[in-house]
Design a protein around this ligand. Structure first.
Ligand SMILES: [Zn+2]
Length: 438
């Protein structure tokens, strides 16, 4: 079959390329497996060893690992390992020292430095606290950024994708991608958002978005600003309406004050941009949708994008009907989360992956992968929808892959991929073959 304008509606483009050259931790099934990792010089960022992909839910006790576990294997160098969901980091003792994280250190708002009963940091930092360590890693230069962006495009193309919606960008990335486009080196069409992970980064993101829009890049459309309202379920940062079963009295993290959120939305819309808001927990989605409903009543208009929307309650979905809103859902998260979802959130899991309800209520949504959190492979979406259906999550009535297609056929003409026997055989971008598996 042929799929026109194959689209991944939620990716991190630069990170997708970069994660192919960091130490992969996806195979860790116990902290003892750290000894089996084969570390290569490319895995370093300056002096720091940098890895990605651990998940404590694969460990037998399902508990967060500690700095002491890392110290046994890496006693002398600073180590930063990012969790599989990108919302928590695991740091060894040298790393904590380098970042000045001690028993007395208090987390920034919207984050958490996990501490043991004696008050010492355990090496795990969640959501906005991650930046307290990440800022010590050297940032990639322009040639590394170019390399990552090209690797990212190659991976998307091999997966059959010609259109992406990229949810993270800063000035350094923008400068490189704009020059790639000017020099005719793009093999994907990009909808670009500029992210403010920390609320303090908002005005810079907005300034940059305006600057980028003025450059009128052919294959890159500057769409708006991305902010974070909560974290992720796997690291217990998604903001829920009731506490996690695995962590009493803890309902997740709220990363933004609602008043500040509203000001950001108004500013974004005033500048004719869309706002994209990371919401995973049901309470996060409810807060955001209620805030936007109030703004609408006050006469503010603009487009709202809910990123993930993994848990949506009936009232939230009902309120969304009156708004200009679109949800960007990653079915493949089901395949990862299903192993522990009900153990963590109990009966709230009945609200999970609400594609059928959104469809029934005529609320716009599309599918993506959150690459590199999941592989950018839309065939995995089909697998996830089938598997979810077997677990009583009704499938959408429309064809699954229709939610993986970019609607604008006039942007870059002649984009499609050829799928045979469940494999992407060929990808065509602007009439040119950009990936061919023979
Ligand atoms: Zn994401």
């Amino acid at each position: 079959m042929i799929l026109k304008n194959p689209y991944d509606s939620h990716v991190h483009w630069l990170w997708t390329g970069e994660m192919q050259s960091v130490l992969s931790l996806h195979s860790l099934e116990a902290v003892e497996d750290l000894k089996t990792l084969s570390v290569h010089k490319d895995h370093y960022r300056g002096e720091w060893l940098f890895g990605f992909g651990w998940d404590q839910n694969k460990f037998s006790n399902k508990k967060f690992p500690t700095n002491a576990d890392l110290d046994e294997v890496f006693p002398d160098i600073p180590v930063l390992f990012t969790r599989a969901d990108g919302h928590a980091i695991w740091v060894n003792s040298v790393g904590l020292q380098r970042a000045n994280i001690f028993a007395s250190t208090v987390s920034v708002p919207g984050g958490e430095i996990i501490k043991d009963p004696n008050g010492n940091p355990t090496g795990i930092l969640i959501d906005l606290a991650c930046e307290m360590v990440q800022k010590y890693l050297p940032k990639p230069g322009p040639s590394e950024i170019e390399n990552y962006l090209i690797k990212g495009m190659e991976l998307f193309n091999q997966s059959g994708i010609t259109h992406i919606r990229d949810l993270s960008c800063d000035e350094r990335q923008w400068n490189v991608e704009e020059s790639l486009d000017r020099n005719g080196r793009m093999t994907v069409a990009v909808e670009q958002f500029f992210d403010a992970f920390q609320p303090t980064q908002f005005s810079e993101a907005l300034r940059l978005a305006k600057f980028a829009r003025d450059q009128k890049s052919k294959n890159i459309r500057v769409k708006g600003i991305k902010v974070f309202y909560d974290g992720a379920i796997g690291s217990e940062g998604a903001f829920l309406s009731q506490p996690y079963l695995t962590r009493p009295h803890h309902s997740g993290l709220k990363l933004l004050d609602q008043k500040i959120l509203k000001e950001m939305i108004i500013e974004t819309w005033k500048n004719k941009f869309e706002i994209a808001i990371h919401v995973i927990g049901d309470q996060a989605a409810e807060d955001v949708v209620k805030s936007v409903t109030e703004l609408k009543k006050q006469g503010h208009v603009g487009k709202l994008n809910l990123e993930h929307g993994e848990l949506l309650n009936t009232e939230t979905i009902h309120l969304m009907k009156a708004l200009d809103v679109s949800c960007h859902i990653q079915p493949s998260h089901w395949l990862t989360d299903k192993h522990w979802l009900s153990q963590k959130i109990g009966d709230l899991s009945r609200l999970a992956f609400p594609w059928r309800k959104l469809e029934e209520e005529n609320i716009q949504f599309d599918f993506g992968s959150d690459s590199p959190i999941e592989m950018p492979n839309f065939l995995r979406t089909i697998e996830a929808i089938n598997d979810a259906e077997e677990n009583n999550i009704p499938r959408p009535q429309k064809e699954v892959l229709s939610y993986h297609q970019h609607p604008d056929c006039d942007w870059v003409k002649n984009c499609y991929c050829v799928i045979e026997d469940g494999i992407v055989k060929e990808t065509i971008f602007g009439g040119k073959i950009i990936s061919n598996k023979g």
